[in-house]
Write a protein that binds this ligand. Structure first.
Ligand SMILES: NC(=O)c1ccc[n+]([C@@H]2O[C@H](COP(=O)([O-])OP(=O)(O)OC[C@H]3O[C@@H](n4cnc5c(N)ncnc54)[C@H](O)[C@@H]3O)[C@@H](O)[C@H]2O)c1
Length: 382
């Protein structure tokens, strides 16, 4: 029986609670920690949890649990995760792993020293329709991946940045590139691995209560000569997000679409219906996951602790996303191409650069919490 504590009882905590409740492993949620204990109590009531305590200081629960889910604002992830790992717990961290590579490495070192599992939430890997397309891309059946287009476009209104921890480089860590596109960036990295270099641009188009970017555009180059582009934004009505992988034999997209062209004698295209039909058949033959989103990831995390399954999202995966995103910020700020890896002696390895990051606007309004704590779900888009 895993004894579980959830630290941070705001918008994303219910997804973790439901994940533990739906898991087929033996789980007992024993502690909900939040500096505002009313939030912890509200979740205990909502889920009718038994034999669970609401605590203000997560450190008071560490000795009593085996597993900790970290659902605090990003700037606290490292502190909470390292404390939990050092007290012998396995840790499931919400995304982004941490705002800096130095913090990621501190957590990885603590996990290795203690021999405990550290995983980072990337729940889109647990959406069947997404996983199946990524598996098709990785299969090699469609030839080399040449050009990938990530359209990570979201809509968040002005008031989104009124929440106290959002909208400041040194607290939230970054805008849409770090906190929203990270879902799609994880998928890109899963499909293609780390690029060798990035060239990026960022701005803030319409969030006047945020220092950070609400739009960025990045071009990536890979060692094999292929390229990718990532558009990240918070200003896009209807949030039509997509990933499109153009490969030698076909194009595959998420949400699922298959395209295929072949060249006529003069090089102009004609549709390759047979290749499209084969790709559709391939997609439709692939399995559906029994548990999706956080539910699937929480179950995999628990099974990985007992070595029943390999861990799907490793701490290194979480770190890779942070490294690519840090490269995007560095490139946009320095207006030059940035190549990977980012060295430990770089100002961009630690948080140091954030003190000098451009402020697109100054934060002037803040609230400790919203009345409406419900959030829209990534899963509804796929
Ligand atoms: N995977 C996803 O789709 C997804 C979606 C939303 C948020 N997130 C991530 O989840 C994390 C939390 O985001 P949220 O939207 O739930 O934020 P939130 O502000 O709604 O909740 C954060 C909670 O942490 C609590 N907290 C702050 N400091 C604390 C401390 N020292 N000890 C205990 N509790 C503390 C706050 O009181 C608050 O209740 C962030 O990292 C965010 O990026 C992930």
């Amino acid at each position: 029986m895993f004894r579980v504590m959830i630290v941070g009882c705001g918008g994303i905590a219910p997804a973790h609670i439901e994940g533990y409740l739906h898991a087929e492993e033996g789980v007992h949620i024993t502690h909900l920690a939040d500096q505002n204990t009313e939030r912890a109590k509200a979740l205990i009531q909502k889920y009718e949890l038994r034999d669970v305590v609401a605590i203000a200081d997560y450190r008071d629960g560490l000795a009593c649990v085996d597993v900790v889910s970290v659902c605090t604002p990003p700037g606290l992830h490292c502190e909470v995760a390292v404390a939990a790992l050092e007290s012998g717990c396995h840790v499931l961290l919400e995304k982004p792993m941490a705002p800096s590579l130095a913090a990621c490495d501190a957590m990885i070192a603590a996990a290795e020293k203690q021999g405990r599992l550290l995983s980072v939430v990337a729940q889109s890997r647990y959406i069947s329709s997404i996983r199946n397309v990524i598996d098709m891309v990785r299969s090699g059946e469609y030839g080399r991946s040449l050009y990938t287009r990530i359209h990570s476009v979201w809509y968040r209104g002005e008031s989104y940045y009124h929440l106290d921890w959002r909208g400041r480089w040194e607290v939230e860590g970054g805008g849409c590139t770090l906190n929203h596109s990270i879902h799609h960036i994880d998928l890109l990295l899963w499909a293609k691995g780390m690029p060798s270099c990035v060239r990026a641009f960022m701005t803030n188009l319409s969030h006047h209560n945020s220092e950070e970017e609400d739009f960025s555009s990045a071009m990536l180059r890979y060692a094999d000569g292929s390229v990718a582009e990532i558009t990240s934004s918070l200003i896009c009505h209807s949030e039509q997000q997509s990933l499109t992988f153009q490969m030698e034999k076909a194009g595959l997209a998420i949400p699922f679409q298959a395209f295929a062209s072949r060249a006529r004698e003069n090089g102009f295209p004609e549709t390759d219906e047979a290749q499209i039909a084969a790709a559709i058949a391939d997609y439709e033959s692939r399995p559906k996951l029994a548990l999706e989103n956080h539910d699937g990831q929480v179950q995999n995390f628990l099974r990985a602790i007992t070595a029943r399954e390999p861990l799907m999202v490793t701490a290194q995966d979480g770190r890779n996303s942070i490294e690519l995103i840090t490269g995007i910020y560095q490139s946009a700020i320095q207006e030059r191409e940035v190549c990977f890896p980012i060295a430990q002696d770089s100002a961009y390895y630690t948080d140091a650069w954030r003190a000098h990051a451009p402020h697109f606007f100054e934060k002037t309004t803040e609230v400790a919490a919203f009345q409406d704590t419900t959030i829209t779900s990534f899963k509804d888009k796929f």
